[in-house]
Design a protein around this ligand. Structure first.
Ligand SMILES: [Zn+2]
Ligand SMILES: [Zn+2]
Length: 312
């Protein structure tokens, strides 16, 4: 009995479901694409690829995404990507599929075109790293020029707090700026710990502010800025405040007790006011002298000498 293909009408030795092998192949592809296009999202910073909701740092996932977008309809023995590059926008990947759709047909190869939409997006880790680079800054300034001892004391505090908060990690760097330095961190808690520790150690004024770096609603990313102005004075310091020379008696709870060197009046000044109105430290010398059988402190500022009782 003659075998005739129902589609092309040719005579054939093998008839599969009424078709010659060629027509059967044409109507039964080895593979077909499941979706309109395959989306490939890559992180431009670390190269990770978004794969099933996870970011995977293995370039082979691109191949997986392409091959898993195919439904294999026959017995497939080999698939390989023939053509594909990661270019922004819509691209076409060509996949070569080897196999057969019917046991009566020998293995053959077919090319399948897959539409690929390629885009780039920072993965959460890289985004965090970039955003976290400056999630907090502690701006440490001194009301009078910092000497080396003060600088070391503050840097020591910073380092200790960073070590304590190590598991939260993310310490970044200390940047020298005029009048002090900026401590830039990724962890706001460590930033607060540093500011608090400096505040406990030295007379200082601390002001905290939060600003929105980006985003809105729940996804807002804020940056914490803490301004720490240290007033490195203590008992025995001589300062010029509002054009008058003062001798520092005590510092307690944000208030500094000063004695006016010329009038001997004792005043209490809030640290905030000292910071606001600025102070300076004059060139001065002090020495204890005997006067009327008691000791007094002689303070010399710009060749002018003043005596202060009960200061020696
Ligand atoms: Zn045919
Ligand atoms: Zn990344």
């Amino acid at each position: 009995m003659r075998k005739i293909c129902a589609l092309c009408g040719r005579e054939t030795d093998i008839l599969i479901e009424g078709l010659c092998p060629d027509c059967y192949r044409k109507t039964h592809p080895l593979a077909k694409v499941k979706r309109d296009y395959v989306g490939i999202v890559r992180c431009p910073s670390c190269g990770s690829i978004l794969y099933k909701g996870r970011w995977v740092r293995d370039p082979k996932v691109v191949e997986k995404l392409l091959l898993e977008s195919l439904d294999y309809l026959g017995r497939v023995t080999k698939v390989s990507i023939e053509e594909f590059e990661l270019r922004h926008g819509l691209n076409t990947a060509v996949v070569r599929v080897r196999g057969t759709v019917h046991e009566l047909i020998n293995e053959y190869e077919e090319r399948v075109q897959i539409k690929v939409r390629y885009s780039e997006e920072l993965c959460p880790r890289c985004r965090d790293m970039i955003n976290e680079r400056e999630r907090a800054v502690v701006q440490v300034r001194s009301i009078v020029p910092m000497d080396e001892r003060l600088r070391e004391l503050i840097i020591d505090i910073v380092k200790r707090e960073v070590v304590k908060g190590e598991e939260r990690s993310g310490f970044l760097r200390i940047e020298e700026v005029q009048g002090g330095f900026d401590v830039k961190l990724s962890d706001q808690g460590i930033a607060r710990a540093i500011a608090y520790r400096i505040h406990r150690t030295l007379p200082s004024r601390v002001i905290e502010s939060q600003s929105v770096v980006k985003g809105r609603g729940d996804k807002v990313i804020t940056k914490l800025s803490i301004s720490v102005v240290v007033v490195p004075i203590g008992r025995g310091s001589v300062i010029i405040y509002e054009n008058r020379p003062y001798y520092v008696l005590t510092y307690s709870q944000g208030t500094i007790k000063l004695v006016d060197i010329t009038s001997k009046d004792v005043i209490n000044v809030r640290l905030h006011d000292l910071v606001k109105n600025r102070i300076s430290i004059p060139r001065y010398e002090t020495r204890c002298v005997e006067r009327d059988g008691s000791r007094a402190l002689e303070i010399t500022i710009n060749n002018e000498s003043y005596l202060l009782d009960n200061a020696c």
